[in-house]
Design a protein around this ligand. Sequence first.
Ligand SMILES: NC(=O)c1ccc[n+]([C@@H]2O[C@H](COP(=O)([O-])OP(=O)(O)OC[C@H]3O[C@@H](n4cnc5c(N)ncnc54)[C@H](OP(=O)(O)O)[C@@H]3O)[C@@H](O)[C@H]2O)c1
Length: 275
Amino acid sequence: MTDTKPILILGGTGKTGRRLAERLTAQGVPVRIGSRSGSPRFDWDVPATWGPAMQGVSAVYISYYPDIAVPGAADTVGAFARLAVASGITRLVLLSGRGETEAQRAEEMVKASGADWTILRCAWFSQNFSEGFLIESLLAGKVALPVGTVGEPFIDADDIADAAFVALTEQGHVGQLYELTGPRLLSFADAVAEIAKAAGRDIRYIKVSHDEFTASVAAHDLPPEFAWLLNELFTEVLDGRNETLTDGVQRVLGRAPKDFSAYAHETAATGVWSN
Ligand SMILES: NC(=O)c1ccc[n+]([C@@H]2O[C@H](COP(=O)([O-])OP(=O)(O)OC[C@H]3O[C@@H](n4cnc5c(N)ncnc54)[C@H](OP(=O)(O)O)[C@@H]3O)[C@@H](O)[C@H]2O)c1
């Protein structure tokens, strides 16, 4: 690496950003974490923090928070991309989602910004079960969601970080959209059963109605946009539209994606699902 400028990793302490930061650092590529705990601080809700965070960086990994499916995300991501390009930072890698109107709008915004873009359009992360909102229910031994038999090709965050690392450090990925899925479709009940088996625990999966789910989300006193998001993801996006496997991991990494059972066994061994 001749370029010693850091790569700015938005969400650099989150599920994919943290893993990308580890990979780049291990290869001697300097990184700057872009988040509210970063230095300088980066906050999506405070545009005045964006310029200082991107000063002197060579490229940006854009992971939006809370979710690129939330209305308004595309305009915010678009404004960020245009500021980056105007500041001379053209290399942008966007973490996106599948089958989500707002996510696909954000992709178009980044493409239209004039950036040298790469898009990683990802399925549900396996790590939602261990580093996200589902961990609490798994520990309680009961996961209740308004999702039936629809299959989701859960993708491991390690595969996403590997893809982002390659896109940011090797030639040939500008202008590429990689749709990243795992190698197998699993229902949420299947996924919970695999985790229960790997963790050696009794964990039940219950399909609830949308109304029951909405009531339980409301009872948890979550921020309104998070409650909206969960309903959107479970009632709209998980309608079968994403029930397909892709060759994205193979295309970008030249190998197969990690299977959910490998994720479940590795993660169970950390003790995160033991109570
Ligand atoms: N999870 C999935 O299954 C999935 C699937 C496809 C696409 N995606 C997309 O991936 C992106 C990240 O989702 P995730 O679930 O993996 O979250 P995550 O990256 O684990 O989110 C946490 C990160 O966001 C940062 N953060 C929180 N509030 C922030 C703010 N106001 N400004 C700047 N940074 C902030 C946190 O750091 P600080 O606390 O230090 O600020 C942390 O680095 C989203 O855009 C989502 O739509 C997710």
